[in-house]
Write a protein that binds this ligand. Sequence first.
Ligand code: AMP
Length: 553
Amino acid sequence: MTSPSEHGRSDGPDTTSTTFEDLGLGPELLRALEESGYRHPTPIQSQAIPVVLMGRDVLGCAQTGTGKTASFTLPMIEILAAGRAKARMPRSLILAPTRELAAQVADNFDKYGKYHPLKKALIIGGESMSDQVALLDRGVDVLIATPGRLLDMFERGRILLNDVKVLVIDEADRMLDMGFIPDVERIVGLLPKIRQTLFFSATMGPEIRRLADAFLMNPKEISVSQGGSTAATVVQAMAVVEEIDKRETLRHLIRIEEVKNAFIFCNRKRDVDVLYRSLKKHGFDVVQLHGDMVQSARGETLEKFKKGEVRLMVCSDVAARGIDISAVSHVFNFDVPIHAEDYIHRIGRTGRAGMAGHAFTIATPDDGKFVVAIEKLIGNAIPRIEVEGVPALELDMTARKGRGGRGADKGGRGERPARGEKRERKPRENAPQETLPEEAVAVDTAAEAPAPRPERSERPARAERPSRSRADNRQDNRADSRPDNRSREGRGREERGGRRRGRIDELGIGEMLHPDGVIGFGDHPPDFILAAVPLPTRSAARAGADEAAESED
Ligand code: AMP
């Protein structure tokens, strides 16, 4: 397990003199910490723990890898040690955006709480609801949940939230990205007003600030991402190639690099699966992780990768977010991330524990604008490399590319070369050779605190949403936080209708098509209607809408 103390990050343990004992933690916790091998608190721990023990709210700006999970689990265990839980009435609640993150928080409670008789429950989608209900019925001190499943439980009357004394909102910025904020707001509205709230986010854009203002009372602000000069370095490089050359480029890079283990990121779930199968076919040692997989398969995959039983993991951002695996030698961005800050999260998976990390990005010319945004955010140009046998291209700064990876640009599809047909090559001038280290930029992933994110309305659409359990499905449209009274289903229908119309508008016949797909001209159909016009059938229009919906998932 990564231990910040091993790599001396400034956001790692406060090795000066502070001990966990100084922070006011009791003997049981100190024993558990000693057994974990942690001698000194990290900066966020030494700042947050005493404040949480005092009962104050905390607004923490910290990324994964800083020890932030222990900064709230440790004092919570101490606080909850006194008192007993009643059936269905958890005493504390931790909201996490993904199942993996929720599971990691639960592991922390197990690790540090082993000498406390606290009961906990993990309420996440994709797992048996009856088991979770049984746990709740017995009464839990700590409830760790993803928002969708928690609301589902609440609506079924399986849980009461009026005894929650401590609320943690973890990775708030990711909640925002994933469209969970309306659900989080709803959940917070169900909690007692008098409570302690701990709110963590890797970035503090205006929308996150607004939420913090709404949820917290006179919080102590703690930030460990700014000014952190860290030893964690990642050597980066980028190959700009034709879309159809991307897999070949990736295979080549994996072969020539000394890849001990690697995350390979795709922007969309379905591309994760396609790439996984392609790599498998080429004989690579690979697994995949994305939000459409059942929870048990996700868990098994992660375990295999963590144990080093498999070398490569193709994954999506959501699935891989916050996964705490030390010593990952490489990150490959098979797609350029659409949100620049995701680039930092992705490459931050490597270069941990003082080891050299390597991050390769495979771009196509159409990714120009995304690459510019990333380079602006990290404050460096990512050195370009050429890959043997694959023509190197230039980025096209005028290209308009939609979300997603391969062929995601719906508007531009017609302009793209068909499979097998290559676009006219625009070779790079003075393209450097494939040798990296001399020119590669070492980026301090922790120090590069992402700039505040733009407000949602300014942001490009989400690249990926979490997987859809039945509970999660209800959360459709959550990006729209308008407090209107329409049902979710109603809004979903409207949105689907809108997508269908959008698709049909592309065909230039939007005005005539009724929302239900029927064209009506009374008894006087014009001549052209009687001719063989390639109008989309209802099912084709539906398929178009489904495709659009899928690309958002
Ligand atoms: P987190 O930021 O919570 O994801 O933690 C990152 C990693 O640091 C995890 O593997 C923790 O187990 C580890 N860790 C947390 N606190 C300490 C500490 N005080 N000393 C060493 N390692 C720690």
